[in-house]
Design a protein around this ligand. Structure first.
Ligand code: MN
Length: 343
């Protein structure tokens, strides 16, 4: 947490107060990729993103906690509000739709009760039974209208189906009508591609989840989902899952494949800038942050941690000391989330 001196905005401390206390006011922070699990999801439907038993045991106890551990981590990072979501893969890994519907409802009801206890600290993203597009639409509507949730978080593909499939048209229609964002989060791969053969370390959060989630987002871009539903807002974590880095290439290679020059509105980069926002979850790298803001604009990048898989304190210190102006820092830390999630 360097550079706190810049944050007092030149406001002189009242002589009656401790001037130190006046200066050390961190930027208001909202975090959007913060996970929980119900007892049943924790037992059967949680991915294991580490080989370390010690780390995983700590992750497991933090996932089901809504009190001391979570609040302490938030306070250490200066996080005012955390928008919570069921961890990956959750109900999406259930073998049948009726089980998924039950698990999703139970997760959403539990989260709603926890949010109600601490409405200033917690908000909710819906957990959805994406085995079925109509059931996912119905649970989203219930979560938004009855439970007050701010959108949904989806953990990758479900049974080999990505969200550009026709079975999800009723879902996207409902998302657009409800005017809420959908956070597209990594999940397990549907199959085992040869590129990861004999390299299991790549077939998880180190790389495969990024490649899969980036491809998932690009499927929506190239399938015309945003043309059909132009008001959709998708959120990608992990500094945009590499997409901000490659906008120029998407435009260049897609026009080469088509053999025609596309209008500005039809370019993949335009669609990504218009319909996709990103968070800083799990990438505490100032170079990547500056690049992402340059690629997508200062209104499309939002702070997040990825608790309990990442260290909240590290993430908080990273965003407080990142080489961006105080105006941009305020947008990244809370302003953009307040606008996009209508908080
Ligand atoms: Mn996550």
């Amino acid at each position: 947490m360097t550079d706190l001196s810049r944050r007092d905005g030149g406001v002189a401390a009242t002589p009656m107060q401790n001037p130190e206390a006046k200066a050390v006011v961190p930027t208001r922070k909202i975090a959007l990729e913060e996970h929980f699990a119900t007892a049943e999801l924790a037992k059967k439907y949680v991915a294991r993103p580490t080989r370390s038993d010690t780390l995983f045991a700590d992750i497991e106890r933090r996932l089901v906690d809504f009190d001391q551990l979570r609040l302490e981590a938030m306070d250490m990072a200066g996080i005012d509000l955390a928008v919570l979501s069921a961890t990956t893969p959750g109900a999406q890994a259930a073998a049948d739709t009726s089980t998924a519907i039950r698990l999703a409802r139970e997760a959403n009801d539990l989260l709603a009760r926890e949010v109600q206890k601490r409405p200033r600290r917690y908000a909710g993203f819906a957990h959805l039974p994406t085995q079925d597009g109509v059931a996912a639409a119905a649970e989203l509507e219930r979560a938004v209208k009855e439970l007050g949730f701010k959108g949904a978080l989806i953990n990758g593909q479900t049974g080999g189906h990505y969200l550009d499939a026709d079975m999800y048209l009723p879902f996207w229609e409902r998302v657009q009508d409800l005017d809420v964002p959908v956070y597209l989060h990594p999940g397990e791969l549907a199959d085992q591609p040869a590129m990861f053969a004999d390299r299991p370390e790549l077939n998880g959060p180190v790389w495969a989840w990024t490649a899969d989630t980036a491809a998932h987002a690009l499927r929506l871009v190239f399938a015309g989902t945003f043309k059909r539903f132009p008001r959709l807002k998708i959120i990608l974590g992990h500094m945009g899952e590499t997409l901000p880095y490659l906008l120029w290439r998407f435009d260049s290679r897609w026009q080469m494949e088509l053999g025609v020059e596309l209008s500005h509105d039809e370019l993949p980069s335009t669609i990504i800038r218009r319909n996709i926002a990103i968070t800083t979850s799990g990438v505490c790298d100032p170079n990547a942050l500056v690049g992402a803001i340059g690629a997508l604009g200062e209104d499309s990048v939002m702070f997040s941690v990825d608790y309990p898989y990442e260290d909240s304190k590290t993430a908080g210190a990273f965003i407080e000391s990142a080489p961006i102006s105080e105006t941009v820092r305020a947008k990244v830390c809370h302003g953009n989330a307040e606008r996009i999630l209508r908080l």
